[in-house]
Design a protein around this ligand. Structure first.
Ligand code: TYD
Ligand code: MG
Length: 437
């Protein structure tokens, strides 16, 4: 009866192999494979669980039940859009994001918007969740069940017993099962929790949303392992210093993955932003020259970034070219193209370029944005609402980049109208003629 097979699982990407290896063949990480005893065939420990159940009781704010056969609206049109029209009953969704980005806040609001939700927090006590709810200006009138526990098996039993229409588990990295010989957050615990949660969701037609934290190094021991298992993988992202939050789906069995939801994290929770141009454009209200936007692709994710350039007269025989966040040789090349094909007098100018936000860009799609930023600084004209998405070739021709339609869609969704790409222009000369005054 007891048959535990041994496998080795990469802690970085979740790659599974029966044999130990020094290097993960999937993600290339060294020394990341850990032994994992797969105990799925073991029976659950009966008695201790019954005892645990006595102490763990979800508390009710009040009670209503409703039967929704089709997609469940989250109460946020931005989120419904990302999900492809709402939550599918019986589906399992993973909401991933940096710690402190607003996942718990968003999900608690969602839980308040809906009926018959079981919110399981393994990070905060019921009182803390209640305090958060009061911060969201919510009174006791909701039929929201709260449970604070870190035991995976208890959670499963409670979900089966309560049969909510939606169960929220916050977070997968902080729950653990006694059936698995590892600490919470370990790949084996996360996998076990996901497996059992998916099973209970599918068997009882209960929608489940799981929270997963993403760490600095990437998706260690969490979302990456789960992404293959869940139906939908959502990412909540944004800079902690700003209030803008983007919700996007990286995987969706029930909808497109091109949609982006825009929110701001306000005093009383997450607020939907129906006209995202407001938040993105106010930053550039001042008519500064030397700044142009672009949309880059990281994996399947798109990011809006700002390229800055400063062009000044040089006092040196060999003018300076300084690039930060951008390949210096590529900068030299683009400046030579601008000089040759657009006849810009850059050989007497010092050129400094920077990618705002301290990130490093290798995506060739920013070429045109960089050229435009240089042009903007040189001519002292503002192009800070323009989004450039194209590679620039040696002959000064614009080249289409991968996923151009997706990038354009993203820029439009963010409210930008001046989108400069190979779809509309053929050469850099043409582009400069159309934007120059
Ligand atoms: P939280 O949802 O706890 O993040 P996560 O679950 O992703 O770790 O959000 C944490 C931050 O959100 C915290 O800095 C406080 C802030 N916050 C607001 O700005 N407004 C609110 O209404 C609430 C509840 C939190
Ligand atoms: Mg949280």
């Amino acid at each position: 009866m007891k048959k535990a097979s041994i496998s080795f699982i990469c802690q970085e990407c979740g790659y599974d192999t029966p044999q130990w290896m020094g290097k993960c063949p999937e993600c290339g990480a060294w020394n990341s494979l850990r032994e994992f005893k797969d105990q799925r065939s073991q029976p659950k420990a009966g008695r201790p669980l019954a005892e645990k159940l006595k102490t763990a009781k979800p508390k009710s704010l009040s009670e209503i039940t409703s039967d929704e056969k089709n997609r469940i609206s989250t109460g946020f049109s931005e989120m419904d859009g990302v999900l492809g029209g709402g939550i599918v009953p019986g589906s399992v969704t993973l909401l991933a994001g940096d710690p402190g980005i607003g996942k718990s806040t968003l999900l608690l609001q969602l839980a308040i918007n809906l009926s018959n939700v079981l919110y399981i927090s393994a990070e905060e006590s019921e009182e803390q969740v209640k305090m958060r709810a009061s911060r969201l200006l919510v009174t006791n009138k909701n039929d929201l069940l709260l449970l604070s526990t870190t035991d995976t098996d208890t959670i499963i039993e409670i979900i089966e017993k309560q049969k909510p229409s939606l169960a929220i588990i916050d977070s997968i990295q902080t729950i653990e099962s006694a059936n698995i010989d590892a600490l919470s957050g370990a790949v084996s615990q996360v996998r076990y929790a996901a497996q059992t949660l998916i099973k209970v969701a599918k068997m009882n037609n209960i929608s489940v949303i799981i929270v997963g934290h993403v760490t600095k190094e990437g998706m260690v021991a969490g979302p990456m392992v789960l992404s293959h298992m869940v139906d939908t993988l959502l990412f909540l992202e944004g800079e902690k210093t700003t209030q803008t939050r983007l919700l996007r789906s990286l995987k969706n069995r029930f909808g497109s993955i091109d949609e982006v939801g825009v929110f701001t994290l306000a005093e009383n929770g997450m607020q939907e932003v129906r006209n995202p141009e407001q938040i993105f454009l106010t930053k550039h209200k001042d008519q500064t020259s030397g700044s142009v936007l672009s949309i880059i692709l990281e994996g399947t994710r798109t990011f809006l970034i700002e390229l800055q350039a400063l062009v000044v007269f040089s006092k040196l025989p060999i003018p300076r070219r300084v690039a930060s966040g951008f390949d210096a040789r590529r900068l030299e090349l683009l400046l030579a193209i601008l000089q040759k094909h657009a006849r810009l007098p850059l050989d007497t100018m010092d050129v400094f370029v920077n990618v705002a936000g301290g990130i490093k860009v290798v995506d060739p799609a920013v070429d045109i944005a960089l050229c435009l930023a240089v042009f903007s600084s040189l001519k002292n004209i503002s192009l800070s609402h323009a989004v450039g998405i194209s590679e620039v070739g040696l002959l000064g021709e614009l080249r289409r980049v991968s996923m151009l339609e997706k990038r354009i869609k993203e820029a439009q969704k963010l409210g930008f109208k001046q989108i400069i790409s190979a779809k509309k222009y053929n050469t850099i000369e043409e582009v400069l003629k159309s934007v120059g005054k």
